[in-house]
Design a protein around this ligand. Sequence first.
Ligand SMILES: Cc1cc2nc3c(=O)[nH]c(=O)nc-3n(C[C@H](O)[C@H](O)[C@H](O)COP(=O)(O)OP(=O)(O)OC[C@H]3O[C@@H](n4cnc5c(N)ncnc54)[C@H](O)[C@@H]3O)c2cc1C
Length: 439
Amino acid sequence: MSRHETAPHLVLGAGLTGLSTALHAARSSAVPVAVFERAAEVGGKARSRRRDGYTFDITGHWLHLRDDRVRALADTLFEPGDLVEIERRTGIYTHGRMLPYPFQANLHGLPLPVVQECLATFLEAQVEAGKPGAAAPRTFEDFAVQRFGRGIAEEFFIPYNRKLWGDAYDDLTPDWISRFVPLPDVRQVIGGAIGLRQDGLGYNARYRYPCRGGIDALPQAMGRAVAAAGVPIHTEMDVVRIDPVAREVHTASGRVQPYDRLVSTLPLPELVRRLDGVPAELVEAAGRLRWVRWRYLDVGTTAPVPMDEHWVYAPDPATPFFRVGCYSNALEAMAPPGCGSLYVELADRDAPPDLPAIVAGLVEMGALSAASDVAFADVHDIEYAYVVFDEGYASAREALFTHLGGLGIRSCGRYGAWIYNSMEDSILAGMEAAQWLSS
Ligand SMILES: Cc1cc2nc3c(=O)[nH]c(=O)nc-3n(C[C@H](O)[C@H](O)[C@H](O)COP(=O)(O)OP(=O)(O)OC[C@H]3O[C@@H](n4cnc5c(N)ncnc54)[C@H](O)[C@@H]3O)c2cc1C
């Protein structure tokens, strides 16, 4: 028997996708499974940080569960009551006012000429869309204008997404949005404009969150379940090279691990960089994949956060951030008693944060009572935040997946599949990867 016949299936990465793969494969695969994770702990993007009694996630990580299989899994991972259900409180701060989310269905409260322009161009867009032969939108901006009209697009979708996507904005296609942008009908838009509040629209009207705070309770519970199922999770294993012919993974510490089948949740360009024998045209295809890096602040406050919202979108170009969330408004346990914990997602992802301008913006919005409430503001970067859906996206991705499929490697999860997804999607991707391992 060769050593590969006794080698385990190997899962690279212990984020939610890798953990879900390992957990489900442990139940279904005849071949043993092992996980290699670069970090010292499990969780990937669903990890949390703690400081002085404050808890922060890697910006807002709110758990929206729609799939019965994932709900059932959550029930096995948490004791009853340990995963609380929370009704979303979300706002848009623009023109110096706080509006309910989503913008397109809650225009009431904006300056009247703005409401008029938004409504008029929204209705014109509906008429245009009803005409035969309307062209499919090519860019994200085309989509926003065609679907919502120029007023709503220019007041919200365009400035907000310019801040979120930075330089990549102009090249965005609409492919990523369909599920995530609420599409209210004409009655809802008109109702929202005359002051009939439109709540509960969109994919995430309610969400769940661990009651003791920190989304990392989810991956940690999954990690315990994986270990209990007999699958070892090897942390601090930085995979630096993959030989798909010898079917071996090499780590920075010099370990060489044979594998039977390989599931990778590494960002796709990182996987390609580590893979031996990739043809030049595919190296070039991987070079066409683009992503955006984010810079954000964890802010601890010494006083409660005055605004009610759990998170707020800030489309105005002059505001130095595009979204602010308040963990402690969602769950008090996220900050010491009488204090608050915020995340602030910054429009400028390169320059050192201009703290006085950011704090002034937070005070204006109502996320702080006064600048003196700030106990600390820690800066963090997310290298792979969002993958960019541009015109080269689909062909580059398909070429790489064809190659990986031929090598018996499954690349999945948010960055492995190179998509825009949620934590629930990642758990589902792991279930599918486990089926593949067991097939
Ligand atoms: C800013 C932001 C906000 C989000 N908010 C939400 C939200 O509110 N709700 C929601 O449902 N989803 C949200 N998501 C999506 C959610 O984070 C992802 O769906 C999910 O965490 C992705 O899990 P994953 O396992 O696919 O990837 P990751 O979590 O990135 O896991 C990949 C793992 O691979 C490991 N790894 C990388 N390189 C190596 C290497 N060389 N060797 C070994 N291991 C390696 C990493 O350390 C990591 O643990 C958000 C994402 C971002 C970026």
